[in-house]
Design a protein around this ligand. Structure first.
Ligand code: CIR
Length: 259
């Protein structure tokens, strides 16, 4: 299996004005559109600076959450899978990435249902893929997805996402091939056996959604103790602003598909 951090491409989508109405589980104020767009631009610029060819799709006003391209598909060097997002308002986003993915991936599979799976629930490790069950990903969907992953040569395991955590990767991310950063509620996840699990520093649970690209870990700029943790391990990291996307329950992995 290939290096899980070795990406050459990413697919993003510019935020529509409607993004300020994106889903949030616990209510809370709308993000500021200008700030949110700036965060998105900084993210795209960082991916390009790290050497990726980034396609940025047009905004979709009818789909406030469509900037979170991670949730509608899975992408690998070997091919891609179109998913069935679990939020009804996001189901239609899939049709809007099909063409862009078909242009890059000769092998393009698609979930047919009736189950659901969001890309935010899928954590790719060096030797397998973990599918987290959540309010967006049900067991039927996870099992269909595991079968499709098998066609691309990836072994899948199904895990539980703690209650109150939107997506599995809201609560964890890979620092390196053997090390996970996870919120305390996920630290004892049985599927992490054999890996080293570092827990997020107190008060920095929202830092768990890191994204490693090549040798660099993208991490929210607000999380100083997490930066110190990465620095102490000699991990190169790049802080990025995430305050506005956090208003709509998102973090750094959510804003791209990568392969
Ligand atoms: C949603 O609730 O679907 C969006 N507001 C946030 C999606 C975040 N995506 C992710 O964690 N992969």
């Amino acid at each position: 299996m290939a290096d899980p951090f070795n990406f050459t491409h990413a697919l993003c989508r510019a935020p529509a004005r409607s993004a300020v109405h994106g889903i949030r589980a616990d209510g809370g104020p709308d993000p500021d559109f200008t700030g949110l767009a700036a965060e998105h631009q900084a993210y795209v610029a960082a991916l390009r600076d790290l050497g990726l060819a980034v396609d940025v799709l047009e905004p979709l006003d009818d789909f406030p959450d469509a900037l979170f391209t991670e949730d509608v598909a899975l992408t690998f060097p070997e091919g891609a899978i179109l998913l069935r997002p679990g939020a009804p308002s996001r189901a239609g986003e899939v049709d809007h990435v099909r063409g862009a993915l078909a242009a890059h991936h000769a092998r393009l599979f698609e979930m047919t249902g009736p189950g659901f799976a969001d890309g935010g629930d899928i954590l790719r490790l060096a030797d397998r893929v973990i599918i987290g069950l959540s309010a967006r990903t049900d067991r039927t969907g996870a099992e269909e997805l595991a079968g499709l992953l098998g066609k691309l040569g990836y072994r899948a395991e199904i895990a539980e996402t703690p209650r109150g955590v939107l997506h599995f990767k809201t609560g964890c991310g890979l620092i390196d091939e053997r090390t996970i950063l996870a919120v305390p509620a996920l630290a004892d996840c049985p599927e992490f056996e054999g890996l080293e699990v570092l827990t997020t520093p107190a008060g920095e649970e929202a830092a768990a959604n890191i994204l490693r690209v090549g040798d660099t870990v993208l991490v929210g700029e607000r999380w100083a103790a997490t930066h110190a943790l990465l620095a102490a391990r000699g991990i190169a990291f790049r802080p990025l602003p995430t305050d506005q996307i956090a208003h709509i329950d998102a973090g750094l992995s959510c804003m791209s598909l990568r392969w």
